[in-house]
Write a protein that binds this ligand. Structure first.
Ligand code: IFM
Length: 442
């Protein structure tokens, strides 16, 4: 099927085997429907952050450059989102625009996001602001970024500014996007800045600082706005033992699941970390989550490689499980909707609203995109029918965008972007999702 095909079907094609015939479920009126983006991936012209330095350093094949030029075109993009019946939109604040030099806050940078927020309100779209989506200003990276002992002070000074500027217009806040992924890529596999490999001591130190940064931000936001809804966007990666009957694979799977999916949330939920030692200090702040932001894409298989760390954690990925893997997306990730259902059921124990802050597929096949969305929404619907409090679904992403080291070939958007001309093309899946939103039912 051609990527830019005209829309032929008037109605969204249902995936018949997934349709529950018995019950006609309706999503609540207040359900948040929309999509997510992040500044460096869509805005264009971000040259003052650590990722742009990473690009200049030759660590990636493709730079973000003008990206989607969303910085200038956000109003038109929000018109399209409104046309697709979105009532919520997640975006990120670019710290390097707001505080381009240490201690100097830019009126222009602050005004830009005020305009973004007002443009959303004007279209009856609820703004959901991410404070930190991976990138930090260059001046802070030069001091060591998350390795710098003063990072929490710098972070909270920035948070105070943005909360003072937007707190009256933004109720939903994400403090950190996928902290565990950022640490994994930046300190364990060296794919992202600062490019460290296997640096477990620093990785643990950074996670601890991120936890504390979240806690401080949580209280700063609540001091300004009592009814604020604050969380992190937690990356949820499902794990399956590579050899299901092998006990060592199962232990490694459980361990990995705990490290990647549970440790951070447990800490924020209970106000303390579960393991002993200096790193695992008590956070004297109690619970600092008002909801749980969940980013879900896929699963990995885990194979134990021995009992030495990191071997104990085991290898993970698609491994040699080709025959057991279902359909894959254009980045090679398996489409595994059951994983979302698993996390929704498992996070029920927190007794907090659950918001899907990201869920999406890079593909140039619209049937695949719609199948993906449909099957994940079916998991959401099933969970809600069982009483699990899911409050919204934000697709990743509103637009095709810059996918970090993978550049521009991963087409995640409900809206396609022809980057050379910046033309936008609303994809069939975007319209099909709009029908679901309108009907409040699959
Ligand atoms: O593009 C990223 C985003 O920045 C964070 N979550 C996962 C997305 C897809 O890889």
């Amino acid at each position: 099927m051609s990527f830019w095909r005209p829309i032929q079907a008037a109605r969204a094609p249902a995936v018949p085997t997934m349709r529950p015939d018995a019950v006609r479920f309706h999503f609540p009126q207040a359900f948040l429907w929309g999509a997510a983006t992040s500044a460096h991936q869509v805005e264009g012209g971000n040259t003052n952050n650590d990722w742009s330095a990473w690009e200049e350093g030759g660590h990636v094949l493709v730079s973000a450059g003008a990206a989607c030029d969303h910085f200038h075109r956000f109003r038109e993009d929000f018109d399209l989102a409104q046309g697709l019946l979105h009532n919520a939109h997640r975006f990120s604040l670019e710290w390097s625009r707001i505080e381009p030099e240490e201690g100097r806050f830019s009126d222009e940078g602050l005004q830009h996001y005020r305009d973004v927020i007002e443009a959303l309100h004007a279209r009856a779209i609820e703004p959901i602001a991410t404070i930190h989506h991976y990138t930090i200003p260059r001046w802070l990276a030069a001091k060591g970024g998350w390795e710098c002992g003063d990072i929490e002070r710098y972070f909270i000074r920035y948070v105070e500014r943005v909360v003072a500027a937007y707190g009256d217009r933004v109720r939903w806040w994400i403090t950190l996007n996928e902290p565990v992924v950022q640490v994994f890529k930046g300190w364990l596999i060296g794919q992202w800045p600062p490019g460290r490999v296997g640096d477990y001591p620093r990785a643990l130190q950074v996670i601890r600082r991120m936890l504390r940064a979240h806690v401080l931000a949580y209280h700063t936001i609540h001091e300004r706005r009592g009814d604020a809804m604050v969380s992190v966007a937690k990356h949820c990666l499902a794990f399956t033992p590579n050899r299901p009957s092998n006990p060592f694979d199962r232990i490694s799977t459980a361990f990995r699941d705990f490290l990647f999916n549970n440790l951070f949330l447990e800490a924020l939920h209970t106000g303390r970390l579960a393991l002993p030692g200096q790193f695992f200090e008590r956070l004297p702040f109690g619970r600092t989550l008002d909801f749980i932001g969940m980013n879900y894409y896929t699963r990995d298989f885990v194979r134990n490689t021995g009992f030495n760390l990191p071997g104990f954690v085991g290898l993970s990925g698609t491994l040699e499980n080709e025959r057991r893997i279902g359909k894959r997306n254009d980045l090679g990730w398996e489409v595994y909707p059951e994983g979302l259902g698993h996390f929704l059921r498992s996070f029920r124990r927190y007794k907090l609203p659950l918001l899907i802050t990201e869920n999406g597929i890079p593909t140039s096949d619209e049937d695949d995109r719609w199948g993906f969305i449909y099957m994940h929404l079916w998991q959401v619907m099933r969970a809600m029918a069982a009483g699990i409090p899911v409050v919204g679904y934000l697709y990743w992403s509103l637009l095709d965008n810059y996918e970090w080291v993978d550049g521009f070939h991963a087409k995640f958007g409900l809206i396609g972007v022809r980057f050379a001309s910046q033309e936008r093309i609303v994809r069939p899946s975007g319209r099909w999702l709009a029908q679901v939103i309108e009907n409040r039912s699959l």
